[in-house]
Ligand binder design. Structure first.
Ligand SMILES: CC(C)(COP(=O)(O)OP(=O)(O)OC[C@H]1O[C@@H](n2cnc3c(N)ncnc32)[C@H](O)[C@@H]1OP(=O)(O)O)[C@@H](O)C(=O)NCCC(=O)NCCS
Length: 147
């Protein structure tokens, strides 16, 4: 399966948002994705398969960290290695840009995401109380050093 990871552009945002509302109960707005295009710290990415947007990630770089603020794969493409490709790309980017830490939040009930991050060596570093809504849930903070 040939997956291409590139920077997200404004033309991708409709496709990205269609995925976002399918996979999250409390989705980001289109505007949130569009704002990232003008944010110097944001690195919005898409994963494309046969010219279709199959997944995306919203990264934020600050000092020596990259925060993974959002990451999803379209349901039709789940469990075909696209999440893996996105994480591998982020790890390469972190090395190339001399970052030392990756950080993200995840719902503890989100088994697929927790397993994906654990597979790549992310460890639970703490909790944010009542971080998520619809339904309310604490967030696990997961971190991974960049070697
Ligand atoms: C989490 C998500 C990104 C995984 O993407 P994906 O492309 O399906 O993942 P991959 O096919 O690359 O799978 C990689 C690993 O993730 C884990 N995984 C993926 N789907 C899983 C599932 N349904 N149940 C358990 N583990 C799962 C496994 O460890 C898997 O490794 P394996 O194939 O060796 O078992 C995808 O399920 C998704 O978009 N979910 C909705 C949005 C979301 O939850 N985003 C994360 C928010 S923090």
């Amino acid at each position: 399966m040939k997956i291409e990871i590139t920077k997200m552009t404004e033309d991708d945002v409709d496709d990205v948002h269609r995925i976002e509302v399918r996979v999250f109960s409390d989705p980001w707005s289109k505007q949130a994705f569009l704002s990232d295009m003008k944010n110097d710290f944001a690195i919005p990415l898409i994963a494309r398969f046969e010219s279709k947007v199959a997944g995306y990630a919203s990264l934020y770089a600050a000092a020596d960290e990259i925060q993974i603020g959002n990451l999803a794969v379209a349901p039709d493409f789940h469990q075909r290695g696209i999440g893996t490709k996105i994480i591998e790309y982020i790890l390469e980017l972190a090395v190339e840009t001399n970052k030392r830490l990756l950080i993200l939040e995840v719902r503890p009930s989100n088994e697929a995401a927790c397993k994906l991050y654990e597979k790549f060596g992310f460890k639970v570093a703490g909790k944010r109380k009542y971080y998520y809504h619809k339904p309310t849930e604490d967030a696990l903070i997961m971190i991974r050093g960049v070697d």
